[in-house]
Write a protein that binds this ligand. Structure first.
Ligand code: ZN
Length: 317
């Protein structure tokens, strides 16, 4: 049973429960007048591998700028989104650089992204929480629309968001667009966790009975003849278990490429609905394995393809 099925059994909440407002304040507390120019939109193509993205050649997304191969700080959805929301976007793995210097530089980039002045790592301390910093210090409206139930509104990543919604379908970015309440009098921060690129790599109009099924979707080892098993015994040919059919894995990889091509059309719609002065980051929360070293999926996997992600940023208009 996959994680999606588990959450279906015990229905995950779809929108954020509102705590009772404190006297004299909104549920989230007051916020200052805006201190930045740009709306800031972060789109996470869940599980999208760097090479998947490049093979898809999504023309509209590529208008943003040159795609970079970057690396996620984590190998699955929940810790990776937590990390992204500290403000640390996927890294470039620079050699001979102290981590603290890299973080400082990455935070300095928010001056460009937000159209603001004086942003530095020190301003994020001690909360280290981008939505809180944007909302409570720079006066942003903050909204999240997520596809994967491990990010539902009861989880820890829902902090300092004015609205936070788990979408009805795990694979429909287009349905998110009309739910975003762009504000006329202050900039908005919008996080979109997009699920089309997540297993089973399905477009929203695809009949779910046609989705490919693969058992044991995460981190299953393929036993090879001559290896030693957990009890220290040599594995013989008769015991070799073919967990994965490589042809099927290639089909799955191609399905992920197709979802990126499909999403390129939804990005054209996103570009049309965002207000003027919108800065966009497109990246992924982690990669995906399609049979390399006996792995499929992501999560409890130590393999570089689990960390390689596409990264693009730029101003839409
Ligand atoms: Zn993910």
């Amino acid at each position: 049973m996959g994680l999606l099925d588990l959450f279906k059994k015990k229905e995950a909440p779809r929108s954020a429960p509102r705590p009772a407002p404190r006297p004299g304040a909104g549920a989230l507390g007051p916020r200052p007048d805006p201190r930045a120019e740009n709306n800031f939109v972060v789109v996470i193509l869940d599980s999208c591998r760097f090479d998947t993205f490049m093979k898809a050649e999504p023309k509209t997304i590529l208008k943003l700028g040159k795609p970079e191969k970057r690396y996620s700080y984590a190998s699955w959805t929940a810790p990776s989104h937590y990390n992204l929301l500290t403000g640390l976007l996927p890294h470039t793995t620079p050699p001979n650089v102290y981590a603290s210097d890299y973080y400082k530089e990455d935070f300095y980039n928010y001056n460009r992204r937000l159209g603001a002045k004086g942003i530095e790592f020190g301003k994020m301390v001690p909360g280290l929480w981008l939505p809180g910093f944007l909302r409570n210090t720079l006066g942003y409206a903050t909204h999240a629309r997520v596809s994967l139930p491990v990010l539902n509104p009861r989880t820890g990543v829902n902090r300092d968001f004015d609205s936070f919604q788990l979408m009805d379908k795990h694979n429909d970015m287009r349905a998110m667009l009309p739910t975003i309440p762009w504000s006329a009098d202050r900039p908005s921060f919008v996080l979109l966790n997009v699920g089309e690129t997540h297993y089973p790599y399905a477009k929203p109009d695809e009949d779910s009975s046609m989705w490919p099924r693969i058992s044991g979707v995460n981190g299953v080892f393929k036993k090879l003849e001559g290896q030693i098993d957990a009890q220290g015994n040599l594995i013989h040919q008769s015991e070799v278990q073919e967990f994965f059919d490589q042809d099927k894995l290639e089909q799955l990889r191609e399905r992920q490429v197709e979802t990126v091509r499909y999403l390129d059309g939804v990005f054209a719609e996103l570009y049309d609905v965002v207000p003027k002065n919108t800065y966009l980051v497109v990246t992924s929360d982690h990669g995906e394995l399609f049979g390399e070293a006996g792995y499929f999926g992501h999560g409890p996997i130590m393999h570089e393809k689990c960390f390689e992600v596409p990264y693009l940023e730029g101003k839409i208009r």
